[in-house]
Design a protein around this ligand. Structure first.
Ligand SMILES: C[C@H](O)[C@H](O)[C@H]1CNc2nc(N)[nH]c(=O)c2N1
Ligand SMILES: N[C@@H](Cc1ccccc1)C(=O)O
Ligand SMILES: [Fe+2]
Length: 277
């Protein structure tokens, strides 16, 4: 693993990220330590209640099916319990991390069917939107689809391929692909209005509504090469949302495009601005 925990911890502290990286193992995992306060449990319940009302209307069926399979979320999840459940449903487990971790160890976890979930929760002042991933985002946004074997298999494949592509210098481009699909993708559903698919949308009360319903949201047809060339910012509403016709489109594009070729062609070229894609 190329990035050391110590170097990364220093970078995160400089950028004002909230996680405590001092207790990380070399693979960036920590113990969950289930010692949440009553106030935190209360924030969790509030988040789940208000967000579930929105996802019923705005989330893609694949996500809602995953949420039903996973079962009720009435208190902060104990990661061991969730892992037991997930292992039976799809062979995945979740591991605790202090927050954002570098791309290489992140994809390495995916390749081994482990999803990193942040061990701290946003505060009452951040119910609508938070600028960095917290436990609510990682759990409520990502974990439901992992319980569905087709998506679970895809995420594992993503992790495996990403490792090779990072070795070619494709770190940024493969991260953008993850960003605009798994985090912020929109997806069509037969006979339905456009739906949200990405986890970054599922966990944000304000951005979920904006991305799907606002006439000001810049919705762009999915094209893998364009996605890989387009920059993003993590701490603002996205300035482009790519629309996937179906999950199969995403899977096909990922399996059958010449990703290494795309990386060679565009590495070192100026990236594209999401506002003008
Ligand atoms: C793949 C891409 O770098 C992406 O932003 C990764 C990086 N590290 C992460 N780390 C955590 N804990 N959670 C995430 O969702 C991600 N996403
Ligand atoms: N903005 C997301 C959290 C998030 C931040 C950065 C990256 C991905 C997700 C939310 O409010 O839930
Ligand atoms: Fe995420």
């Amino acid at each position: 693993m190329s990035v050391s925990v110590q170097d990364y911890a220093r970078e995160c502290a400089e950028q004002g990220l909230r996680g405590d990286y001092s207790v990380c193992r070399p693979d960036f995992t920590v113990e969950q330590k289930y010692d949440y306060s009553a106030a935190e449990q209360d924030v969790w319940r509030t988040l789940c209640d208000r967000q579930t009302r929105l996802t019923q209307r705005l989330a893609h069926k694949s996500y809602l099916d995953g949420m039903s399979a996973l079962g009720l979320v009435d208190r902060i999840p104990d990661f061991h319990d969730v892992s037991d459940k997930l292992r039976k449903l799809s062979g995945w487990e979740i591991v605790a991390v202090p927050g954002l971790i570098p791309a290489q160890p992140f994809f390495d976890h995916l390749a081994n069917r482990r999803f990193p979930v942040t061990n701290w929760l946003r505060t009452r002042d951040e119910l609508d939107y938070i600028v960095e991933p917290d436990m609510f985002h990682d759990f409520f946004g990502h974990v439901p689809v992992l319980s569905q074997p087709v998506f679970g298999d895809f995420m594992q494949m993503y992790g495996e391929k990403a490792t090779d592509l990072i070795a070619l210098g494709g770190d940024e481009m493969i991260t953008r692909l993850y960003w605009y699909t798994a985090e912020y993708g929109l997806m069509q559903e037969p006979g339905q209005p456009l739906k949200a698919f990405g986890a970054g949308l599922m966990s944000s009360f304000t951005e979920l509504q904006f991305a799907v319903e606002s006439p000001d949201a810049h919705q762009v047809p999915f094209d893998i090469e364009t996605v890989m060339r387009t920059t993003y910012e993590i701490d603002k509403f996205q300035r482009a949302y790519f629309v996937l016709p179906s999950f199969d489109t995403l899977k096909d594009a990922f399996q059958n495009s010449d990703l290494a070729g795309i990386i060679k062609r565009w590495k070192g070229e100026p990236p594209r601005d999401p506002a003008t894609v």
